[in-house]
Design a protein around this ligand. Structure first.
Ligand code: ADP
Length: 193
């Protein structure tokens, strides 16, 4: 099963992706997590991405596309994957479609988590607060200024993917303001389980 989760920062993509992974034994591919790991490990990609990410901007398409394709070509992804945070631009979506069609593969589901913009700041601040309380590192971009830039990037660059996928694949929109379990239920219904 090959799934893409779409939605603004703070929509709950990571949480729901984990639940899909547990149920279907697919690989969770979060480009945010991959890039944060690259920053920690100070790889070439990490060095290029670090400041852009901290400010809330988008990392250049070619770096992200290469990282995703490399990861997806590994054996454990053959059974399927759930992509969280990718694609984020029309360029990435087109590059990824080309990659899949060269391998005679297709996406099975594209799921949009819908959350009102005015709820997102609360969610992101709550996540930063929770991390602090648990003694975990707070993401460099979980603050008001970076979130504003992340939201602008989402509405300008990523939201057009909703129409892109609506016209090419079965795109389903789910109310991401519901409690976590209710969102999961709706996703599983969409996946026909
Ligand atoms: P969120 O969805 O909460 O903003 P992510 O963890 O998905 O968080 O991404 C964090 C940051 O990583 C983004 O703001 C961006 O800088 C970078 N990033 C992640 N995925 C992509 C992508 N597909 N293209 C470009 N940049 C990305």
């Amino acid at each position: 099963m090959r799934i893409v989760l779409l939605g603004p920062p703070g929509a709950g993509k990571g949480t729901q992706a984990e639940r899909i992974v547990q149920k279907f034994n697919v690989v969770h591919l979060s480009t945010g997590d991959m890039l944060r790991a690259a920053v920690r490990e100070q790889t070439e990609t990490g060095k290029k991405a670090k400041d852009i990410m901290a400010q809330g901007g988008l990392v250049p398409d070619d770096l992200v596309v290469a990282a995703v394709e490399e990861r997806i070509s590994q054996a454990d992804a053959a059974h399927g994957f759930v992509l969280d945070g990718f694609p984020r631009t029309i360029f990435q979506a087109e590059a990824f479609d080309a990659y899949l069609s060269e391998r005679a593969l297709d996406l099975d589901h594209v799921i949009e988590l819908r959350v009102d913009e005015d709820k997102l700041l609360d969610r992101v601040e709550a996540r930063a607060h929770q991390a602090k309380k648990l003694g975990k590192p707070v993401r460099a971009d979980d603050n008001r200024d970076a979130l504003k830039i992340r939201l602008d990037a989402y509405y300008q660059e990523t939201a057009p993917l909703i129409d892109y996928y609506r016209s090419r694949h079965t795109l389903r929109s789910i109310d991401g303001l519901q409690p976590i379990d209710a969102v999961t239920n709706d996703i599983f219904k969409t996946l026909n389980v």
